[in-house]
Write a protein that binds this ligand. Structure first.
Ligand code: SF4
Length: 86
């Protein structure tokens, strides 16, 4: 399966790993800490007003590679995949 076929078949599952694992300087959010705008249901609380960095984020193969049952596991997988320091 080529890259385009993979990406065309993807839709965001709302796993929220990208709202926890990376540091996001615009939001003053350190790596591994949930964004202050992330709701308990793992949805963005400011979706319509989210910053550009979040608007520009696009799914890719990494979303498939970090799949796991819990948010904690997905964040850990994300950290391993992108070699983030805890
Ligand atoms: S602003 Fe919303 S989309 Fe951006 S990291 Fe926070 S919760 Fe996620």
């Amino acid at each position: 399966m080529n890259r385009e076929n993979v990406l065309n078949g993807l839709s965001c599952a709302g796993c929220a790993a990208c709202c926890v694992a990376p540091d996001i300087s615009t939001l003053n959010k350190p790596a591994g800490v949930p964004c202050q705008h992330l709701n308990e249901d793992l949805r963005c609380g400011i979706y319509e007003d989210r910053p550009e960095v979040c608007r520009n984020y696009r799914m890719d193969e990494s979303c498939l590679e970090i799949q796991a049952d819990s948010l904690q596991e997905r964040v850990a997988q994300y950290g391993i995949l992108f070699d983030l320091q805890p």
